[in-house]
Design a protein around this ligand. Structure first.
Ligand SMILES: [Zn+2]
Ligand SMILES: [Zn+2]
Length: 176
């Protein structure tokens, strides 16, 4: 999960809006707000410019975060419209913070049919392939490297595990 891949989750529209907001707000601050505010008007010109470039980044980052919530919730098969609205309208970034706390794990691919499925599923809803190893005796989920089922104690020989772990899904496709 590299930063580069995560940045690709942000839709193009959010990048465009963030850049427009950054440039517009920075110019507005340099031309109007900072020279007309007594506290900042006395700063040297470079100081005023640095203040404007810094202050304009805050709304731009906010827009990118909302775009990230949209793209990330979408690839996680969550209610992405609802989460985007929460990210926009819940004040003080609380909607965005809640999203990062409550988001579902990334979906994985079924190793047999390639369908994108929730990582918590035991079987593929499309082709019924096993997505995680289960105890042959009691049917509970087990880990790939366990020799015995922690629930019923049955041996789980590695030879029985003819299935392969599902792989993480790649970054979401662009907005439809
Ligand atoms: Zn499948
Ligand atoms: Zn068992």
């Amino acid at each position: 999960m590299s930063l580069r891949n995560e940045m690709r989750v942000v839709p193009t529209l959010a990048w465009v809006l963030a850049i427009l907001a950054y440039v517009g707000i920075a110019i507005g601050l340099i031309v109007y707000a900072i020279p007309q505010t007594p506290d900042t008007a006395s700063l040297p010109k470079q100081g005023q410019a640095a203040l404007a470039l810094f202050a304009a980044a805050i709304p731009a980052i906010y827009i990118l975060l909302i775009g990230y919530v949209y793209g990330d919730a979408r690839r996680r098969r969550m209610h992405y419209i609802v989460w985007t609205l929460l990210a926009i309208f819940v004040p003080n970034v609380i909607g965005i913070i809640l999203y990062f706390i409550l988001r579902d794990p990334l979906p994985v691919f079924c190793p047999r049919c390639g369908a994108s499925v929730k990582s918590t599923f035991t079987f593929c809803p499309k082709c019924a392939a096993a997505l995680r190893p289960t105890c042959q005796q009691c049917g509970r989920d087990i880990e790939w490297n366990w020799a015995h089922c922690p629930n019923c104690g049955a041996a789980t020989p590695a030879g029985k595990q003819s299935i392969v772990p599902a792989t993480p899904a790649p970054p979401a496709p662009g907005p439809a």
